[in-house]
Design a protein. Structure first.
Length: 179
């Protein structure tokens, strides 16, 4: 009986240890996935927003920007275009009015990036909210992304359990005639 009791206590301790390790592994994996999504979105948006020659007024969960056409349509390979300055601080490639539309939007719980007529690409999933805002005469874009919580811990605050927020502020470099 003593051996059975000791074996039961050791077995329960091992079981609790395994459950705890599994939960910690799941939490660490979810955190890493969310962090990678945040970095990917930040990199894409910063790159595109800095190259933008035009930004449509953003909706809450949707924004369209226009970037220069860096390459021509020649075949078999695309050739880079020579940049042209417009004298007002703008840099253009090819025709001054030629650009490619890049759209960022939230659909369901995923953030998508669509370039031109290409199929949209999922940048992040498990997103609760995606908000755009422009300031300083349209020269600065502020983005707020709220991810759904993926791990709940006993004793965690309501704010932590509610969601994880990520903020990004990007200065638009290319002059779009607002100066």
């Amino acid at each position: 009986m003593v051996a059975t009791t000791i074996l039961s206590v050791v077995g329960a301790a091992l079981l609790m240890g395994f459950v705890s390790l599994k939960r910690n592994f799941a939490a660490t994996t979810d955190f890493a996935i969310n962090h990678a999504d945040q970095m990917r979105i930040s990199d894409y948006m910063a790159m595109d927003f800095r190259r933008a020659v035009k930004v449509d007024p953003p909706n809450r969960n949707d924004v369209s920007i226009y970037i220069p056409t860096y390459y021509d349509d020649s075949t078999p390979a695309l050739n880079p275009r020579t940049p042209t300055l417009d004298g007002k601080g703008g840099v253009y490639y090819g025709d001054l009015n030629a650009s490619i539309r890049v759209r960022y939007y939230l659909s369901g719980t995923a953030i998508y990036r669509q370039e031109g007529l290409a199929a949209p690409v999922v940048l992040a999933s498990d997103v609760q909210d995606f908000v755009f805002d422009t300031t300083d005469l349209g020269k600065v874009i502020k983005t707020s992304i709220t991810f759904k919580p993926t791990f709940r811990s006993a004793g965690a605050t309501t704010q932590v359990v509610a969601a994880t927020a990520f903020y990004n502020t990007t200065l638009l470099r290319n002059n779009r005639g607002v100066y």
